[in-house]
Design a protein around this ligand. Sequence first.
Ligand SMILES: NC(=O)c1ccc[n+]([C@@H]2O[C@H](COP(=O)([O-])OP(=O)(O)OC[C@H]3O[C@@H](n4cnc5c(N)ncnc54)[C@H](O)[C@@H]3O)[C@@H](O)[C@H]2O)c1
Ligand SMILES: O=C(O)C[C@H](O)C(=O)O
Length: 352
Amino acid sequence: MDANQRIARIAAHLHPSNVQMEGGSVLERANCRAKGGAPGFKVAILGAAGGIGQPLAMLMKMNPLVSVLHLYDVVNAPGVTADISHMDTGAVVRGFLGQPQLDAALTGMDLVIIPAGVPRKPGMTRDDLFKINAGIVKTLCEGIARCCPNAIVNLISNPVNSTVPIAAEVFKKAGTYDPKRLLGVTMLDVVRANTFVAEVLGLDPREVSVPVVGGHAGVTILPLLSQVKPPCSFTKEETEYLTKRIQDGGTEVVQAKAGAGSATLSMAYAAVKFADRCLKGLRGDADIVECAFIESRVTELPFFATQVRLGRTGVEEIYQLGPLNEYERVGLEEAKKELAGSIEKGVSFIRK
Ligand SMILES: NC(=O)c1ccc[n+]([C@@H]2O[C@H](COP(=O)([O-])OP(=O)(O)OC[C@H]3O[C@@H](n4cnc5c(N)ncnc54)[C@H](O)[C@@H]3O)[C@@H](O)[C@H]2O)c1
Ligand SMILES: O=C(O)C[C@H](O)C(=O)O
């Protein structure tokens, strides 16, 4: 082949319509020497071309526990896939575009992370996203039930307090529901709580651990400041400031972005931190404890976020709330009132 033919061949491969959803190179994938099944987990990201999805895909590609990374979206999946696939890390990346490719994206996955859906603009509550995101989550979870019913699901799409019950109902309807495998991601609340508490205490946030329970919206986000590690105490003013700042962390970002969306980078960081813990649990590591919004009997509500122990089968132990102070007891009652309605809204969206 002469130089011109080689250039023409390369150009043909670089034409957008030819972007290899499974990589993109001069050689066809079929002509490459096979790497052989690398050990590791297969992870799908649904909504991979979005504000969270892109940095999340990048960070998951860097995770040594991941051997295969499937990137699914209804737009721009080929571009994001081509881009991420050039990173010289172990995971093999494949892209999937649009509903007809959903099943292929999901088949064989161990972990599915869902950041698909619309984000808030200033003045909106997370519940205002229900109308659009409920249907998106329903469709994606129907795909999971069909194609990877044993996968662990990390649900990020808002309103989490309703989308997790929606997912549970979809899985129940399909006969695949395992509450141990469905986790609403509240890790960003914990990440924020660790950061803000560390600021007040003058510590490195990596040394601070704050349990955040309840749910993921406004007053349902309940940081347990009496249980911070390392043990410490706060004044009334500090407690009120920290609780409000943690509860309003999402709104703080929405307002700062002024119409350009909500938290994406800190969320991708939190999602990867959480997904990594889920994968370590699946691998059989001991003592993997994180907060998540899950089916629970810790309160009278059917779903509640608390600390859970993650293992080979997903959520293997759900921890009780532990001793609460008076401020937290009042907060808990407020949180439960709002959560009850959000959970019911999600359940009846599928049952209606
Ligand atoms: N749980 C949390 O702590 C947390 C934190 C931040 C954001 N969120 C939520 O995450 C969601 C995504 O936020 P974002 O900033 O990435 O939004 P975004 O609009 O930037 O990205 C969303 C992506 O989802 C895709 N999408 C839409 N419908 C889809 C479908 N049917 N199937 C697959 N993909 C689909 C879009 O094409 C887009 O690429 C929002 O609902 C937001 O509120 C949750
Ligand atoms: O606030 C939002 O709408 C996004 C997310 O839930 C967050 O907490 O940042």
